[in-house]
Design a protein around this ligand. Structure first.
Ligand SMILES: NC(=O)N[C@@H](CC(=O)O)C(=O)O
Ligand SMILES: [Zn+2]
Ligand SMILES: [Zn+2]
Length: 348
């Protein structure tokens, strides 16, 4: 492959972790995702959370109603697991094609996770059923124990929760989502083929300095929080390596500007507007353009057991100016890379 091509054509990608929200911002947010991606794994952390089949069908209908004319976009729904989840409900949703996966939020680990799982032992029967039917489990992998420093919560999750879980249910299909550490890269790399990970654009671009040097920068704050530079380097190596265990999941998580710029700002980075352009810079800077299509468009569907998209999209080296702010149905939101110029643009 030419090392500095003017354009790059790949299969249309999918986003294996996105927050489309609900209500007045849903249409604007969905439009950005549908511009780039054919499918997306839609997170269920609404208020109240999407815990059952009927709620997921209703949410899917609201999303489909928000997809712009002419765009072909399929939302893949997830079930929010709680201590009280009924295994029959999860299995029924999967078998009826409503749920593509279920989502494990450790209680209080992140935005809208108060109803999450307080101990994986409480959902043992759900996880056993999922392993038996081959249903994927998406995991926000951070412990919430007060004795664990926030920068160590992902690493501690591996030894305290994930390793024991996979030892006892070795066939469970697990997506370790939005990984942020060299420890997670190492764990996923050495795990069996039923364990994979998604990586966000922000964790490939920024380390924790971006959040804390020269003033506190709430728009660089998300969970899991960005770590030291050595972790960012490990994530870039994993994403661009060509390994099928790592694939695209933006974790685009919009919050209103005033909810971020606050004494207690919300966690989440809104990267959906230019996610693909953002990822592509990383692959180009790593000299790994040849591995971009695998990460963006092939590894995810392969892991989920779905066919890759047949449609193609083209990115061109014409540049993208990222606005300082985006109006999402009347709600101002600051996007990732606000005010920057990215090198690539999706051909309209
Ligand atoms: N990533 C985040 O910082 N926030 C996400 C929740 C999540 O994915 O953990 C959100 O819903 O806002
Ligand atoms: Zn999360
Ligand atoms: Zn998320």
């Amino acid at each position: 492959m030419n090392e500095t091509p003017e354009s790059l054509t790949i299969r249309r990608p999918d986003d294996w972790h996105v927050h489309l929200r609900d209500g007045e911002v849903l249409a604007a947010v969905t439009t950005y995702t549908a511009r780039q991606f054919a499918r997306a794994i839609v997170m269920p952390n609404l208020a109240p959370p999407v815990t059952g089949v009927e709620a997921a069908i209703a949410y899917r209908d609201r999303i489909l109603a928000a997809v712009p004319e002419g765009a072909a976009f399929t939302p893949l729904m997830t079930a929010y697991l709680t201590d009280a989840t009924d295994p029959d409900e999860i299995a029924r949703g999967y078998e009826e094609g409503v749920f593509t996966a279920a989502k494990l939020y450790p209680a209080n680990a992140t935005t809208n996770s108060a109803h999450g799982v307080s101990d994986v032992a409480n959902i043992r029967s759900v996880l056993e059923r999922m392993a038996a039917i081959g249903m994927p489990l998406c995991i926000h992998g951070e412990v919430t124990d007060a004795d664990i420093d926030i920068f160590d919560r992902e690493k501690a999750f591996i030894s305290r929760v994930l390793e024991p879980l996979l030892l006892s249910l070795p066939d469970l299909k697990v997506i370790f989502e939005h990984i942020t550490t060299a420890d997670a890269v190492q764990f996923v790399t050495s795990a069996d083929s039923n364990v994979a990970a998604t990586i966000t654009p922000q964790h490939l671009h920024i380390n924790r300095n971006a959040m804390l040097v020269g003033g506190i920068r709430p728009h660089a704050y998300c969970l899991p929080v960005a770590k030291r530079e050595r972790h960012r380097i490990a994530l870039r190596e994993a994403a661009t390596s060509g390994s099928a265990k790592f694939f695209l999941g933006t974790d685009s998580a919009p919050h209103a500007r005033d909810a971020k710029e606050s004494a207690c700002g919300c966690a989440g980075i809104f990267n959906a507007p230019f996610a693909l352009e953002s990822y592509l810079e990383v692959f180009e800077d790593e000299g790994a353009l040849a591995n971009f299509e695998g990460f963006a468009s092939e590894h995810g569907p392969r892991f989920y057991g779905l066919a890759p998209n047949e449609e193609r999209i083209t990115l061109e080296r014409t540049g993208t100016q990222v606005p300082d702010e985006i109006d999402a149905g009347g709600t101002p939101i600051v996007p990732f890379h606000a005010g920057e110029t990215l090198r690539w643009a999706i051909r309209a």
